[in-house]
Design a protein around this ligand. Structure first.
Ligand code: MG
Length: 381
């Protein structure tokens, strides 16, 4: 397939309600959308960079020039037969994983569409439905958390992931267990602790959690290995794992027993597949995390979650949990059994609703193979 044209958009969509972690609080979904035209089809991808460098060092304002000046010129006008080539072409650009991932995902969508198969099938997925859980943000009170959880459990979600931070951890976990009993429950600290908190984190062993996600620093595996030896509860790494090699090293060290695979955090779907395979070969379960993506990124996550070693519920909610109107049709819904159907149509398997994309676009730019760049459109362009 020859990549003839690429469009880059900055998107901002209001969330139904704000989402707070140990690090930050967001009222809006900010991200970049990438569209690639090749051989008569147009593929979509999402780079889940945000306005602020609080998950990784990347932001929308760092991602845009990296894509425009380095990543897009490396792929525009070139031909590929396997979308894994895209990641290879982008590899010389150091890190910038979230930034690069949208471009790579768009190529996967275009590739699957051109073959007339779903993205899930193109990736090697075998499931028709994926089990999903809900990620619950930090709220002003424990009661507010319990009310949220009651709603999600009523909608069928198979497990709850509670965001925690020092001072908002043991009490909230205790209250959730007391109220809801033996539900599937895990916690995510988003790097909020240090080894000095080992005793506090060990107290969580009493609550039969499925895992404690990323308690220590965003690029650490050594201290996590020390901590894992002190805990009965499995540690799961998120922020620390940016490649299949990172996963191998973390598992060699004993830094975790579970890995949260976010393709965007690894630069794209090709690396996520490699990470999946490394974990499968070692009998280590994985699950698909998320960045509260628009329907475009969500569809790619659902497709990835169809792979066999994604054995734990994904952070993939219904579209209406996040947005008043999602930019895809149909929206993702959660079935009564706590699953989401894996789309079977070509590519992402959902239509991207262009008037809505336009409505939420803050700026856009089009790049053509002959080197012409067109600015224009969007609310502030
Ligand atoms: Mg996480």
């Amino acid at each position: 397939m020859k990549i003839e044209r690429i469009e880059l958009r900055q998107i901002q969509m209001p969330y139904v309600f704000p989402f707070e972690t140990s690090v930050d609080r967001d009222d809006n979904k900010d991200c970049l959308l990438v569209r690639i035209w090749a051989d008569g089809v147009a593929g979509w991808g999402e780079s889940p960079v945000t306005a602020k460098p609080y998950y990784k060092e990347e932001t929308i304002d760092t991602a845009w020039p990296i894509l425009a000046n380095f990543a897009i010129p490396r792929v525009l006008g070139r031909e590929f037969s396997d979308p894994r080539e895209i990641a290879h072409w982008l590899h010389p650009i150091r890190r910038n994983y979230l930034t690069k991932s949208g471009l790579e995902a768009a190529a996967w969508d275009a590739h699957a569409q051109s073959r007339g198969i779903s993205l899930a099938r193109a990736l090697g997925g075998t499931r028709a439905k994926v089990a999903v859980g809900m990620s619950v943000g930090i709220e002003p009170t424990v009661d507010a958390v319990l009310r949220r959880i009651e709603t999600w459990l009523g909608q069928g979600y198979q497990r709850i992931k509670m965001k925690i931070k020092p001072g908002f951890d043991l009490e909230v976990v205790e209250a959730i267990r007391r109220r809801f009993g033996p539900i599937g429950l895990q916690v995510d600290a988003n790097t909020a602790y240090t080894l000095e908190d080992t005793a506090r984190l060990r107290s969580l062993d009493a609550y039969d959690l499925m895992m404690i996600e990323q308690p220590l620093d965003h690029d650490d595996i050594i201290d996590h290995a020390t901590l894992q030896r002190e805990l009965r509860t499995p540690l799961c790494l998120d922020e620390s794992i940016c490649s299949a090699e990172d996963a191998r090293k973390a598992l060699d060290l004993g830094a975790c027993r579970i890995i949260n695979i976010k393709a965007a955090r690894m630069g794209g779907l090709a690396e996520a597949l490699r990470c999946h395979d490394v974990c499968r070969a070692r009998g280590v379960p994985v699950w698909c995390g998320g960045f509260l993506e628009t329907g475009v990124g969500r569809a790619a996550n659902v497709a990835l979650s169809a792979l066999e070693n994604f054995t734990l519920p994904a952070d993939l909610g219904a579209s209406r949990r996040y947005f008043h109107e999602d930019i895809i049709d149909p929206w993702f819904e959660v079935n009564a059994d706590g699953t989401v159907d894996v789309p079977t149509g070509p590519g992402l398997g959902v239509a991207v609703v262009e008037p809505l994309v336009e409505k939420y676009t803050l700026r856009k730019e089009t790049f053509r193979a002959q080197g012409e760049r067109t600015h224009g459109g969007g609310r502030t362009a």
